[in-house]
Design a protein around this ligand. Structure first.
Ligand SMILES: [Zn+2]
Length: 339
């Protein structure tokens, strides 16, 4: 490849997660040319997170032999409420100090020297699986991203469905009336049982009450400050009783929540992604499918359950897909219906 062909078509993608920031540079066919990763700051303000994002993007561009300003554009998948027109983000609850509106898109565009488009992290990852990954054979899919929280994304009849902007919040489907308190403030949400943050809080409470567990010893041994997906996986390998119990409860909740969502939507496939979903992989996708089945009304045959195929980089690759769609949207006359 000659140097002049790379910069014109290369796009950047950043996945802003609760635990890590993942950045990639892809070519016109979405092949990854370079990538970089940073931990998401756990304290401070949105501006500090934006700085880490810009640095991750710059590093990814360097590994692809480019300056960030040479990219056609950069797409960002972010949690929270997104204003797609300006790239502003508010109410990103899993991130420190990010309740109010912050002009993430403009700040990154200024720092990186290229256009920046911001979309919802989970929808971006679902679109990526639909176009490039495990969702390719289907017309309608439900993406379930099992990580710090539990996010969901929808593609129905080939089109992303975002509702009024808040569709796909499968983590807040109720799996138990008056159940466990969720970080969103409501009760009985699926995420209150299956989100990694909730699972960690639950593990701490039970450990303090005397349940024996190696979870927190493993966390220290691996120099982590949180129970990451890898720590949960290690604890399961060692058959740590508390870890096994909490994961069992999570899988049961996922089965009930996903089964209920399927009764409403009857999509062809469920794609399981997210940090825990990918780390635990196929055996757990099978377990989730088995837990889901008793709840599924249209079960002959039941929808397929697949593990996300794009892996850890899926969110960032999906974010890079935003670069095109925003250009198309920018060409839509004001007042015209959204795509
Ligand atoms: Zn909730």
């Amino acid at each position: 490849m000659t140097p002049s062909t790379v910069p014109r078509t290369a796009r950047g993608g950043i996945d802003l997660g609760g635990t890590k920031i993942e950045a990639v540079v892809v070519d016109a066919r979405n092949n990854v040319l370079g990538s970089a990763r940073r931990p998401t700051p756990t304290t401070g303000k949105p501006s500090g997170i934006a700085t880490q994002m810009a640095e991750a993007m710059t590093d990814a561009a360097k590994t692809a032999g480019l300056e960030p300003s040479a990219l056609l554009g950069v797409g960002v998948g972010s949690p929270g409420v997104i204003d797609p027109a300006t790239g502003a983000v508010s109410s990103a609850r899993n991130l420190p100090g990010w309740e109010n509106r912050y002009e993430l898109g403009s700040v990154l565009a200024e720092t990186l020297g290229t256009t920046v488009a911001v979309g919802n992290d989970v929808q971006v990852a679902t679109d990526a699986e639909f176009k490039l990954g495990a969702g390719k054979p289907y017309k309608s899919i439900l993406g379930v991203f099992w990580g710090t929280g539990v996010g969901g994304g929808l593609v129905l009849g080939g089109k992303a469905w975002v509702g009024r902007g808040g569709a796909g919040e499968i983590g807040h489907v109720v799996v138990e009336i008056d159940g466990a308190k969720c970080l969103c403030g409501r009760r009985g949400c699926m995420e209150a049982y299956a989100g990694r943050a909730a699972m960690e809080a639950r593990a701490r409470r039970r450990a303090e009450k005397g349940s024996r567990t190696e979870l927190f010893t493993l966390m220290k041994e691996h120099n982590r400050t949180r129970l990451t997906s890898a720590i949960w996986a290690h604890a399961l390998e060692r058959r740590d009783k508390l870890a096994v119990k909490i994961i069992d409860e999570a899988v049961t909740a996922l089965g009930a929540g996903i089964g209920s969502a399927l009764n409403l939507l009857d999509v062809e496939a469920v794609i399981i992604g997210g940090g825990l979903g990918i780390r635990l992989g196929e055996p757990f996708a099978k377990r989730i499918a088995a837990e889901m089945l008793p709840h599924v009304f249209n079960d002959n045959p039941p929808p397929d359950v697949r593990v996300a195929a794009l892996g850890d980089l899926g969110g960032a690759v999906g974010a890079a897909l935003l670069v095109k769609s925003v250009r198309r949207r920018a060409a839509t006359p004001a007042g015209a219906p959204r795509e």
